[in-house]
Ligand binder design. Structure first.
Ligand code: UGA
Length: 439
């Protein structure tokens, strides 16, 4: 019989998981408390911009294999496996993760579980959460000890979510029973047959893998960003340095692009949650080291503002600034912890008039920073600008014609925060071009 899967929480992770499970051939119901989002999803529309996700949702809402509901009672005894995919944001005023959404899943689901079932957590949580939730499910479900709980962290990158769901680079099954491992092998039979490696571990290891992976990626980015400053004072080129380092297989070129620092809904908050948990567990040394990673990241934003200020000269007041990009990276409309938007907001606080352009994220950016100006094209954002800042790596910014753009700005000055524009072409067109980390 076809496995029945429920996916609880349908934001970025849940929408990808639900669509992916349907593509693997299972019957899927996504559960979501937000009614308007359920309506949208049932029409095959994702609640966010993610390349390839809408067509996959549509394919399976049309095929009848996938639907969405607000009703936990519908899924409780219907599903063979329940995936928890709700958010675990940073707590207000605290580095720890806010687990209220995960706990509310237990409250909503547990009272309806009357037969043996497997619950699988995919959300990013501090180590120790799975064991605690399992106790709660046992205590609060009529099925009692019949509820098993596993942790199976996800490693999806925004803008590549569909591909990473269907073809994961690894699968980590954190289990407390043989039966849970077998069930997970059944669920992920397609990618396993394709060659995705499987690591089976206890739940604590699986929880730590996710936090550790993001902490390591953040460390790599901060490492290269720290070196960008070394490059600035020595005349070296951080991009060439990264290329040379990357040829060493032990290092690898990935996550070595210097820029405005890491942002998004994952790396910043996961690093902090990791630090908070290490503190709770009494391993303070880890905090010292990761705090440096976080500080370098913040410093990078200030560095870009300082370089722009130096080029503008005098005071920010009365100056016009064009910011190219609002999303935390290209390929998404996500502006959570976006370096671009943070830099734009801080320059505005200094008294400049800041106009932002982003091909996808304007609506989200406007919600978060309503006082910034928003343009509908890069050229419009640059009109009358005294300095242009390139802060999100959308391909269309690399296709801008420097000669044409020069005719609309007040001063042809550009700070390439992503280090990706063609320096020679911009300089040849008469621009002052600066990319922190490059000579
Ligand atoms: C990240 C991880 O890469 C995923 O493996 C993980 O599953 C996900 O978080 C998660 O926890 O759910 P994501 O947040 O989509 O994925 O973004 P990344 O592509 O990792 O980029 C994170 C930030 O680092 C962005 O602001 C990006 O611009 C920046 N970055 C990335 C750099 O500054 N330099 C680089 O070389 C790479």
């Amino acid at each position: 019989m076809t496995l029945r899967i429920s996916v609880i929480g349908t934001n970025y992770l849940g929408a990808n998981t639900a669509a992916g499970m349907a593509e693997f051939g299972f019957e899927v119901i996504g559960v979501e408390i937000n009614e308007s989002r359920v309506k949208l999803l049932n029409e095959g529309k994702a609640p966010l911009y993610e390349p390839g996700l809408d067509p996959l949702l549509k394919k399976h809402t049309d095929s009848g294999r996938l639907r969405f509901t607000t009703d936990y009672r519908e899924i409780a005894d219907w599903a063979d496996v329940h995936f928890i995919c709700v958010g675990t944001p940073q707590s207000d005023g605290d580095y720890a993760a806010d687990l209220s959404q995960v706990d509310s899943v237990v409250e909503m689901l547990a009272p309806h579980l009357t037969k043996p079932t497997l619950v699988v957590g995919r959300s990013t949580v501090p180590v120790g959460t799975a064991a605690r939730l399992h106790e709660r499910f046992r205590a609060e479900s009529p099925a009692g000890d019949g509820v098993d709980l596993a942790w199976q962290p996800e490693f999806l990158r925004e803008a590549h979510g569909v591909d990473d769901t269907l073809h994961p680079d690894r699968l980590v099954f954190g289990v407390a029973s043989e039966a849970a491992e077998q069930r997970l092998r059944e669920v992920f039979a397609t990618p396993i047959a394709e060659g995705s490696p499987v690591v089976v571990s206890n739940r604590e290891t699986a929880e730590l893998v996710k936090g550790a992976a993001n902490a390591f990626l953040a460390t790599k980015i901060s490492f290269i960003n720290a070196l960008a400053e070394m490059c600035d004072v020595t005349g070296a080129d951080v991009s060439e340095l990264a290329d040379a380092l990357g040829f060493d297989n032990r290092i690898g070129r990935g996550m070595l692009n210097a820029g405005p620092g890491y942002g998004g809904g994952c790396l910043p908050k996961d690093l902090r949650s990791f630090m908070a948990r290490a503190g709770e567990l009494g391993v303070e040394e880890i905090i010292t080291f990761l705090r440096a990673v976080d500080e370098i990241n913040r410093r990078r934003r200030s560095r870009i503002i300082d370089v722009a200020h130096e080029l503008v000269g005098a005071d920010w007041a009365g100056r016009k600034v064009a910011v190219l990009g609002a999303a935390f990276k290209a390929g998404t409309d996500d502006v959570r912890s976006s370096p671009a938007l943070d830099i734009a907001g801080r320059i505005q606080l200094h008294g400049a008039t800041v106009t932002v352009y982003d091909p996808q994220a304007t609506e989200n950016a406007r919600r978060v920073r309503p006082t910034l100006n928003y343009a509908s094209s890069a050229t419009q954002a640059c009109e009358g600008a005294h300095v242009v800042l390139h802060l999100t790596e959308w391909p269309e910014f690399r296709e801008l014609d420097p000669a044409e753009l020069k005719t609309v700005v007040s001063n042809p000055v550009i700070v390439d925060g992503r280090l990706l524009l063609d320096a020679e072409a911009w300089r040849a067109a008469g621009w002052i071009y600066r990319a922190p980390g490059k000579p």
